[in-house]
Design a protein around this ligand. Structure first.
Ligand code: DOR
Length: 434
């Protein structure tokens, strides 16, 4: 099967320019093929932009065990609509993904029902270093240095030192200091106003844990990715991050702050918590100057009924995969960033950081994971249109300009004309190991 995409404005690695692109099978065969090149399907993309498929390196799809919130099919379908062609999923499922056997089970579930490409982290526990050393089919190791949803936690220094010293896969971590969070929770016990969440999981909790894990990474010379940076102080720490550390920010920490609690309540209850407008600005600045290299969602669906329980019963987490790229395209239109920056943060950098083969750039020979975007298209996010099983979005009611209109996964059209083809199957990510 050959598909020819004509006249798109293509975001290529070093230049954005009008080009034709020929897909053959699962790969990009040629950029600007000869005019005589034959294809089974020709797509006229005049007026549209073609970008590499977005790669979300932090999602929670709840499969197995918590599939009333989301499963690998519905989560991947939401990705396809949002222009995310590859996701990396977290280990806090039930059971947790903390052994090679569980990792392979998850990969098997995914092969049967994911419409986009997939990869799964292996989770660290205080005592599973041998499993972490044996794992191959994974982007890396996830450590909850502070606990969040579920009971994964590695807090003891000795256990952390062992993981950083003895394993070789890249490590990423949820950085909120457990002792600080527990002390704050005790101090504010009984308060049901969800805004207190940002004082329990406060700036200090995030900064202490991020500093601690950066120190581990640099001493052990171990590749380390700070997940969901939420504070200006962490962004400052990243000025001296050294050669082993990379970092990411999430849309909810870029677009929401504590002033939004009266309007959105527990819908924006997240770990790490939402911080202040000054933190929003500092994260944008850190993205622009390269201290933070990745935008990922931390898509963490819970049902609306679960979220509406009084604090602190309300769980932390919000769904985002179908809106993260549109939120960033809208930011391009608002003049906050360029389309090339968005491609760097959401495609090229996550592919590089997680050592993915053939992903993250429109290059001949790469996988044909592609998104056609209409930067002029206006659309309002509505709960009733969300494809995530959780069925809601914290951005409900917001009108954004700039939307994906067609998504290809490994050369197959998975989203077009507003519909996801649920029969498409993505592939397991391949990792390049040095
Ligand atoms: O708010 C969060 N929810 N943060 C996390 O790190 C985990 C996530 C979840 O799984 O619900």
């Amino acid at each position: 099967m050959r598909t020819l995409i004509r006249n798109a404005t293509c975001v290529l690695p070093h230049k954005t320019r009008q080009a034709d692109l020929l897909i053959e099978g699962t790969r990009i065969l040629a950029i600007d093929p000869p005019r005589t090149a034959a294809a089974d399907e020709t797509v006229d993309a005049t007026g549209l932009h073609l970008i590499p498929g977005a790669i979300d390196d932090q999602v929670h799809f709840r499969d197995p065990g918590l599939t009333h919130k989301e499963d690998l099919h519905t989560g991947s379908v939401a990705c396809a609509k949002g222009g995310i062609t590859t996701f990396l999923e977290m280990p806090n499922t039930k059971p947790t993904t903390t052994s090679v056997e569980r990792l392979h089970e998850k990969l098997e579930i995914a092969a049967g029902k994911c419409v986009v490409n997939y990869g799964f982290y292996i989770g660290a526990t205080p005592s599973n270093v041998d499993e972490l050393k044996a794992a191959r089919r994974t982007p890396g190791i996830k450590i909850f240095i502070g606990s969040s949803t579920g009971d994964l936690l590695v807090d003891a220094q000795e256990a952390l030192e062992r993981i950083f010293a003895e394993t070789t896969l890249p490590i990423c971590a949820h950085c909120e200091d457990e002792a600080t969070v527990r002390a704050n929770a005790a101090k504010f016990a009984g308060i049901e106003d969800v805004a207190i969440h940002s004082q329990i999981r406060d700036h200090e909790a995030a900064v202490i844990a991020t500093r601690r894990s950066m120190d581990l990474a640099n001493r052990h010379k171990h590749r380390f990715h700070v997940l969901h940076v939420s504070t200006a102080q962490e962004a400052e720490l990243l000025r001296n991050r050294g050669e082993y550390v990379t970092a990411e920010a999430c849309p909810h920490h870029l677009f929401f702050n504590v002033d939004d609690y009266p309007r959105l309540g527990s819908l924006i209850q997240m770990n790490p918590s939402i911080k202040t407008a000054a933190d929003n600005a500092a994260l944008w600045e850190a993205l622009r100057d390269g201290r933070i290299e990745v935008i990922a969602t931390d898509h963490a669906p819970h049902t609306l009924d679960e979220k509406r329980q009084p604090y602190p019963k309300s769980p932390s987490g919000l769904p985002a995969v179908e809106n993260s790229l549109p939120l960033m395209l809208n930011s391009v239109n608002a003049g906050r960033c360029t389309l090339e920056e968005v491609v760097r943060w959401m495609c090229a950098n996550p592919a590089r950081i997680w050592n993915m083969a053939r992903k993250g750039a429109i290059v001949e020979g790469n996988d044909a994971d592609l998104v056609l975007v209409d930067l002029q298209r206006q659309q309002t996010i509505r709960n009733e249109d969300q494809l995530t099983k959780s069925g809601w979005s914290p951005w409900h009611g917001e009108t954004l300009t700039g939307w994906p209109v067609r998504t290809w996964v490994m050369g197959q059209t998975v989203f077009a004309e507003g519909r996801v083809d649920r029969t498409v199957r993505g592939s397991e990510v391949e990792y390049v190991r040095g």
